[in-house]
Write a protein that binds this ligand. Structure first.
Ligand code: XMP
Length: 513
C-alpha cells in the first residue's frame, strides 16, 4: 500500500492501539511497531512521523525500554506521549525525576496556543494525566509549551527539529481537545495530506485480491459476524464464483440469525459466490448433552466447528486460498507483557490444520473494527449486519449457564429477541456497547394466575465499553427494563423471573461463561 504512514512505537503503554486508531481517524494510515524495531527498518518504511507511546516504566531504570539516540537524527517528526515524552527528554539530555506530586485523572492544563500542536486549542484545556515521573528540565533547544500547577513541563517542543512531547495523553477521550492536537501533529508537523480513505482501500484491496488469486479457488468460513461478512464480500467482488463460503449453523445463533445470513449470502442474496449452509444443530446438541462446565462447552463447540468445516472442505477438495477474517488488533504484537487467558476464545484458528489449501488471505489484516464497519458500508452490506453486536463464537452456548438443551436455546432466543426489540424501540441501541439476555441455571417459585410456577430466571445484561477489556454495567431506563420484564414473563414459556446484571468487568466478564 502506498499510503502516507505514521508509526506508533510501542513502549508498553496501554493505549498503543488507541493512538493508532486516532491517527487513522484523521485519515492518516498508522501502524503500531515494537520499540525494538531496528532503525534501518523504520527508515525503510519512510514514515511521515513517529509517535512514542506511554509505558509503565521510569526512564532512569536500566531495565526500562530505551531507544537509540540516532532516531532523533533521521529527520522524521516525533511526538512523545507520557513515558514517550520523558524518554525524549532523557535521551536528548534533559532531566526526568520522580515528581513531588503525581498527577492522575482529569487535569486542567495551560497551553501555549502559539505552538503548532496547540493551534486552535483553548488556553486552558482538560487533559488526562497519569504519571509519577516528570520532566524537570527540558533538553537544549526545547521550549515548554504547557504546564499545570504541579507539572512544570506538561508539554515541550523543538520546532526546528519537529520534536514535540506531551506528558498527558491526547489519544484518550478524557483529553477534551486531544484529537485536535493529534491532527495538528500529523497535518501541520508531519505534513500529511490525509490519504487514508475507506473507498480507496476497497478499490485497491479488490485489485490486489484479483492479482493475488488469479484463477484460484477460495474457501471462506462465514459466521455472519462483521469481520467474516466483510471479508467474504470483498472477495466476492474481486473473484465472484471462485469463492465458496461455508456457513456452519450450530443452532446456537440468535433468533432468525441463520436465515438472515442465508438471505444476504445465499442464492437469493446480494452477492455472487457459492454458499453452503450446514445445519448442524443436532450434532451440537448431542455433543453438549450433559455438559455443564463452561470451558468444556467452549472446547466442544470450537472443535465441532472444525469437524463440520473439515467435512465440507473435503467435499470441495483442494483449494488455493483459505480466507481468515483476522483484524489489526489480533495482529499487533505488543512490545511488552503477556496477559492471562481468562476464557478460551472460539475462533477459526484451527481451520488451517484441517483444510487442504496453499495460502491464507487476510484482507482485513490491517484494519481496526470501526474501519471494517466503514468498509462494510462502502461495500453496501446491510446496516444490521455491519453494526451487528459482537457475538461470541460459541454463541448462545455460553449464554445458557450449565447444560444446553433445545428448550433452553428457545427460551434464551425468545427473551433476547424481546430485549433487543425493546431497546431498539426505545432508541437506545446505538449508544450501548453490548446487550443480551442470558439464561441462568436457577429456577424459582412464582405465581401466575392462581397457579404456582417453578421456572427459570432470565438475566439481562447491558454494558458500556470501548475496548471490551473493561466495561461498566449500563444504567438502562427503568421503564425499558420494566417493559422487557413484563413481556418476557408473559411471552416466553418457562420463565417467571427477570434480573438485571449490575456488575462491571472486572470483576465479572461480559459474557456469563
Ligand atoms: P468477556 O466475556 O470475555 O467478553 O468479557 C469480551 C468480549 O468478547 C466476546 N467473546 C467472544 N468473542 N469468541 C468471540 O469471537 C469467543 O469465544 C468469545 N467469548 C467472548 C464477548 O461477546 C465480548 O464482546
Amino acid at each position: 500500500m502506498n499510503h502516507e504512514l505514521v508509526i506508533v512505537l510501542d513502549f508498553g503503554g496501554q493505549y498503543n492501539q488507541l493512538i493508532a486508531r486516532r491517527v487513522r481517524e484523521c485519515n492518516v494510515y498508522c501502524e503500531v511497531k515494537p520499540y525494538t524495531m531496528p532503525l534501518e527498518e523504520i527508515k525503510a518504511l519512510n514514515p511521515k512521523g513517529i509517535i512514542f507511546t506511554g509505558g509503565p516504566n521510569s526512564v532512569y531504570d536500566e531495565e526500562s525500554p530505551h531507544i537509540a539516540k540516532e532516531i532523533f537524527e533521521m529527520g522524521i517528526p516525533i511526538l512523545g506521549i507520557c513515558y514517550g515524552s520523558q524518554l525524549m527528554a532523557y535521551t536528548l539530555d534533559g532531566k526526568v525525576e520522580t515528581a513531588p506530586v503525581s498527577e492522575y485523572g482529569h487535569t486542567e492544563v495551560e497551553v501555549d496556543t502559539t505552538d503548532v500542536i496547540f493551534d486552535g486549542v483553548s488556553e486552558k484545556t482538560v487533559c488526562w494525566m497519569s504519571h509519577t515521573d516528570y520532566i524537570s528540565q527540558v533538553p537544549d533547544g526545547f521550549k515548554i509549551t504547557a504546564h499545570t500547577p504541579v507539572c512544570p513541563v506538561a508539554a515541550m517542543a523543538c520546532p526546528e527539529k519537529n520534536f514535540y512531547a506531551t506528558q498527558f495523553h491526547p489519544e484518550v477521550m478524557h483529553t477534551a481537545e486531544g484529537m485536535k492536537m493529534l491532527s495538528n501533529f500529523v497535518y501541520k508537523v508531519c505534513g500529511c495530506a490525509g490519504d487514508w480513505q475507506m473507498a480507496s482501500f476497497v478499490e485497491t484491496t479488490i485489485e490486489q485480491l484479483r492479482e493475488k488469486i488469479g484463477n484460484g479457488k477460495v474457501l471462506c468460513a462465514l459466521s455472519g459476524g462483521v469481520d467474516s461478512s466483510v471479508a467474504a464480500v470483498l472477495l466476492s467482488k474481486a473473484i465472484g464464483k471462485q469463492l465458496t463460503c461455508v456457513f456452519v449453523d450450530h443452532g446456537l445463533l440468535r433468533k432468525n440469525e441463520g436465515d438472515e445470513v442465508e438471505a444476504v449470502f445465499g442464492p437469493e442474496g446480494h452477492y455472487e459466490l457459492n454458499f453452503i449452509r450446514v445445519n448442524a444443530q443436532k450434532r451440537y446438541l448431542d455433543k453438549l448433552k450433559g455438559v455443564e462446565d463452561p470451558e468444556t462447552k467452549r472446547k466442544i463447540i470450537g472443535e465441532e466447528f472444525i469437524r463440520v468445516f473439515e467435512e465440507e472442505a473435503k467435499k470441495i477438495g483442494a483449494v488455493d486460498f483459505l480466507v481468515q477474517g483476522t483484524i489489526y488488533p489480533d495482529v499487533i504484537e505488543s512490545g511488552l507483557g503477556k496477559s492471562a487467558v481468562i476464557k478460551s476464545h472460539h475462533n477459526v484458528g484451527g481451520l488451517p490444520d484441517v483444510v487442504d489449501f496453499k495460502e491464507i488471505v487476510e484482507p482485513l489484516r490491517m484494519l481496526f473494527k470501526d474501519e471494517v464497519r466503514k468498509v462494510g458500508l462502502e461495500l453496501g452490506i446491510p446496516e444490521y449486519l455491519v453494526f451487528r453486536q459482537p457475538f461470541p463464537g460459541p454463541g448462545l452456548g455460553i449464554r445458557i449457564i450449565g447444560e444446553v438443551t433445545e428448550e433452553k436455546i428457545k427460551i434464551v432466543q425468545e427473551a433476547d429477541y424481546i430485549y433487543r426489540e425493546e431497546i431498539a424501540k426505545a432508541g437506545i441501541d446505538k449508544g450501548l456497547g453490548q446487550y443480551f439476555a442470558a439464561l441462568t441455571n436457577m429456577r424459582s417459585v412464582g405465581v401466575m394466575g392462581d397457579f404456582r410456577t417453578y421456572d427459570y430466571a432470565i438475566a439481562l445484561r447491558a454494558v458500556n465499553t470501548s475496548d471490551f477489556m473493561t466495561a461498566d454495567a449500563a444504567q438502562l431506563p427503568w421503564e425499558v427494563l420494566a417493559k422487557v420484564t413484563n413481556r418476557i414473563v408473559n411471552e416466553v414459556k418457562g420463565v417467571n423471573r427477570v434480573m438485571y446484571d449490575c456488575t462491571g468487568k472486572p470483576p465479572a466478564t461480559i459474557e456469563f461463561e
